[in-house]
Design a protein around this ligand. Structure first.
Ligand code: NDP
Ligand code: MG
Length: 384
């Protein structure tokens, strides 16, 4: 039995993971967490016979304590207590945003294997996270579909000479606004942006997919996970989301990972690694699909990918600042406090003003995240 903690169990990734746990006979769920949706969390705990939960928001935690007789932890100390006290073999971090960094750091510091959906951990603190995993020997298993694909493709070449894998190609669906010009994007709404063509996801990542910031965060994620230089990571638009990623090899071969878009596949890969599990899913029918298409990114209409690449290349606290600015801008867009094009504008303005530090300590990153949130908030207020 593998003892599993799921952080962010009430979200899109978290609920899909719970379905997989219910169907698996080798996973034992020992703790779960959420931010505010405590009633849903307690219902999950009851359904899955879990007696230990963490609720990040203190008020919601109080309400849960009054209504439930299991153990309810809260706050930053509660997080460490949860991860240490539950004695897990594996933690799935499915928290959204830079709020997930602390959970990643605590899990890896304890030498516990980490299934990582929270890509922001690697964007904000990639060096710290990779160093911690190396120091404690904890395994870092990506849940993001492209990185899960790359993990499998790169593993298939692990016996080869260094330099055999030359390039990584990440595919991007292009989101709901693919093909639109910059002018046409000026008037798009949050509702339209949430309507993703191929993936059903949480609100924040859906907007990131619409702006292509998601792909920018993923290039940084791939750079950190696989140690690949930015010059050797490519992005291509692939609207059908069938090819999840590709690697190009020294002998001219390219290997791709294919499948229908379904997050259960990469979640199950990470939860059961290194064993493959059986999922009742349709196998790929290429003849029925007929054609797969690919096109370049329109960097004029979607500047967020370029902003992320520039921050990644700059390094230090630049990706952390980019991420914080993006979280604040996306929340404002979802709340109708700024337009779609202004997301990239306020992120660029925040990065322009920032003092980038070449330090990766947890405290430096948290301070940079807080300062960037304040600056982006000021830029948004100036728009109103
Ligand atoms: P959702 O918004 O659906 O869910 C987020 C979860 O995180 C909720 O359970 C939420 O709790 C919890 N949460 C938020 N803040 C905190 C906090 N401070 N402490 C503890 N828990 C918190 O997000 P998704 O499931 O879509 O995404 C989760 C992560 O996975 C993101 O990093 C995303 O980029 C990544 N990812 C998601 C994919 C997808 O298909 N959804 C695909 C690839 C990657 P509450 O319900 O109480 O708010
Ligand atoms: Mg992805």
């Amino acid at each position: 039995m593998r003892r599993l903690v799921i952080l962010g169990s009430t979200g899109s990734i978290g609920t899909q993971a719970l379905e997989l746990v219910a169907a698996a006979d080798d996973l034992e769920l020992v703790a779960i967490s959420a931010d505010r949706r405590w009633e849903q969390l307690i219902a999950q705990a009851n359904e899955h016979c879990v007696r230990k939960v963490l609720i990040a928001d203190p008020e919601s935690a109080e309400q849960a304590r009054a209504a439930w007789d299991g153990e309810v932890l809260s706050g930053p100390e509660g997080l460490a207590e949860l991860i240490v006290g539950a004695e897990p073999d594996l933690v799935l971090n499915a928290i959204v945003g830079s709020a997930g960094l602390a959970a990643t750091v605590i899990t890896l510091s304890e030498g516990v294997d980490l299934a990582l959906a929270n890509k922001e951990s690697l964007v904000v603190g990639g060096e710290l996270v990779i160093e911690l995993a190396a120091a404690t020997g904890a395994r870092l298993l990506p849940v993001d579909s492209e990185h899960s694909a790359l993990h499998q493709l790169i593993a298939s070449e692990s016996g080869q000479a260094p330099g055999t894998v030359q390039r990584l190609t990440l595919t991007a669906s292009g989101g709901p606004f693919r093909g639109r010009s910059r002018d046409e994007l000026a008037s798009v709404t949050a509702e339209g942006a949430l309507n993703h063509p191929t993936w059903q996801m949480g609100g924040k990542i859906s907007i990131d997919s619409a702006t292509l910031m998601n792909k920018g965060l993923e290039v940084i994620e791939a750079h950190q996970l696989f140690g690949t230089a930015y010059d050797d990571i490519e992005v291509v638009i692939h609207p059908q989301s069938i090819v999840h990623s590709m690697i190009s090899l020294a002998d001219g071969s390219s290997l791709a990972h294919l499948g229908y878009p379904d997050m259960k596949v990469p979640i199950a890969y990470a939860l059961h690694y290194p064993r493959r599990t059986r999922l009742e899913l349709k196998s790929l029918d290429l003849a029925q699909l007929g054609s797969l298409t690919f096109e370049p990114v329109d960097n004029q209409a979607f500047p967020c990918l370029g902003l992320a690449l520039a921050a990644g290349r700059e390094g230090g606290t630049a990706p952390c600042i980019l991420n914080a600015a993006n979280e604040v801008a996306v929340a404002a867009f979802l709340d109708n406090r700024c337009g779609f094009l202004q997301i990239a504008e306020v992120i660029a303005a925040t990065l322009n003003e920032a003092q980038i530090e070449q330090s990766y300590s947890f405290d430096t990153l948290i301070a940079a995240d807080r300062a960037a949130r304040r600056v982006t908030g000021e830029h948004l207020a100036a728009l109103a």
